[in-house]
Every structure is written in C-alpha cells, then in structure tokens.
Design a protein around this ligand. Structure first.
Ligand code: MG
Length: 273
C-alpha cells in the first residue's frame, strides 16, 4: 500500500470516528523464505512457529499471573505442612506458624514449613519482612531462608546495617555466593524475592547439569544465573546427591520472620505452548 493511500485511508477512518483496521498480509504472520536460525529448526520469523500461550498477568506488580499456583494468598496455610524439630525431625507436626493480617509469621523453634507439592524448575515469588524490633547481630538477627527443593538455601536475614559474612547475607546462596548488591529494606518493611530456579539434572547417580539460580531482590538482580556447588551448608561445601522434585521449604531459624504473597509457576519450554 503506498503512503498516500495509507494516509487517506487513515484520514477516512478518523472522519468516520472508527479505528483503521488494515488488511493483514501473509507477511504479517511470518516467512518461510528466510534463513534457518542456528541450532533451531525454525526460519527467522517462521510462520509455522507455535505462538506463545496467552496468560493474564497479575493485576498489580507482584500479583500472581493466571497460570501461577498460589501458595499463600493471605488467608491460610492449606498448601503447607510443618516439619518437626529434634526428636520429631522428619515427622510432620501440627502447624504452629500463625496467619494474621494477610501474612504468616514463624513460630520460633516450632520447625520448618514445607509445601505439600513438589517442584523442580520454577519461578517463585515470595515476600518477607524481618522483625521490626531489632534483636541480635550477624546471623542471629531475623534469620530464615527459602530452600529450593528443600536443599538449596536462599538466605533471608535482617541485613540492614547488620554486618555478617558476605555469603550469609540476605539474597546470598548461603555459604556459596553473596548477593551482587544489598538492596534490603528496613526491619519490618516488606522485601520481595523473584526467583528463577533451574533444578540440577541427574542421570542415575551422575550429575549432568548443576542447579542455577537467578534472584531479583526488591526488583534488583542479585544472583545472575549463578551455578550452585551443591546443597548449601554451614561451614562446609555440599556435594550433589541425586534427587527429584521436592518441596519449597521455609526455614525456622528461631526468629519471627513474616511472609506473604507467595506464588509459583512451572517454567515452560520454548515452542511448546
Ligand atoms: Mg537462614
């Protein structure tokens, strides 16, 4: 369509008070006469390439999109179980963490929380706040953790004016990688973690691909597709042991840390909508 004709059609549409809907041409939907992309079966702009599935994004930043599994929406802990400590370790116990005002709070020394469902590769959104009343120092201040697959800890800590070892501060892959920067909010204020998790892959007893973590902490990249050495440990280097999907675990380290707005998405595969 030449420019003059396009302009006059546009003017006509404006005069008619309606939107101009241009006729789609075959090129709008792609091409089959373009080069093949390296390492892919598709032409550049391939017209046969599957279209992405349509989902509805969250209504506000941080709200769950339509294909998320909501793990906590402010009301109840029905998607979670609690694991006992010491003598009860490994057993499930009565759930003691309390829900109020749209969040839940760790009941110190009652045990960790675990999702009922098991997850592998995923996108996880979680918000947390360390106690407003500041007590203790270093690791003994607002310590908790988000454990991917129950083994790999992303540290939760009151890291506001609270020196500790770098690989133990909020947003660290505990004992392995400190966060790139420290964007933590003040005690009592809400922080967000947006996590992209790639589970380790095993063939039999052999590790074929380690785990990778990307973490946005209050919207800031603090872990950038970082490879994990294995499970996260205190004063030790972990080594991978084969495992399948596993629950997300929230650590009871003895401090009344709060959590809210938790949702998770399975990460899809390209061209498989
Ligand atoms: Mg911790």
């Amino acid at each position: 369509m030449n420019r003059t004709l396009t302009r006059s059609l546009y003017a006509a549409a404006l005069l008619a008070g309606g939107a101009l809907v241009a006729q789609q041409t075959s090129h709008d939907l792609g091409f089959k006469d373009t080069p093949i992309l390296p390492g892919q079966p598709w032409h550049v702009h391939d017209s046969d390439r599957p279209h992405p599935r349509v989902i509805t994004p969250g209504s506000t930043p941080g709200a769950p999109p339509s294909d998320a599994i909501v793990l906590f929406d402010g009301h109840d802990l029905s998607k979670w179980v609690q694991r006992g400590r010491r003598a009860d370790r490994g057993k499930l116990v009565e759930l003691k963490w309390k829900v109020e005002n749209g969040y839940f709070e760790i009941a110190p020394h009652s045990g960790d929380l675990m999702t009922r469902d098991y997850f592998g590769d995923c996108q996880l959104h979680i918000e947390w706040a360390s106690p407003e009343v500041v007590r203790g120092n270093s690791q003994a201040r607002g310590n908790s953790g988000v454990y991917m697959m129950s083994r790999y800890e992303i540290q939760v800590l009151d890291s506001y004016n609270n020196p500790t070892y770098a690989d133990g501060s909020a947003g660290a892959i505990y004992g392995q990688w400190p966060p790139l920067v420290n964007p933590v909010r003040k005690p009592g204020e809400w922080n967000t973690y947006d996590i992209v998790w790639e589970a380790p892959k095993f063939e039999g007893q052999k590790l074929t691909r380690p785990a990778y973590l990307t973490l946005l902490f209050n919207g800031v990249v603090v872990q950038n597709h970082k490879e994990l050495d294995g499970p996260t440990l205190y004063r030790a280097v972990g080594s991978y042991q084969p495992h399948g999907d596993a629950p997300i675990l929230l650590q009871d380290h003895g401090y009344p840390v709060r959590f809210r707005n938790i949702w998770i998405r399975k990460i899809g595969e390209y061209d498989k909508p």
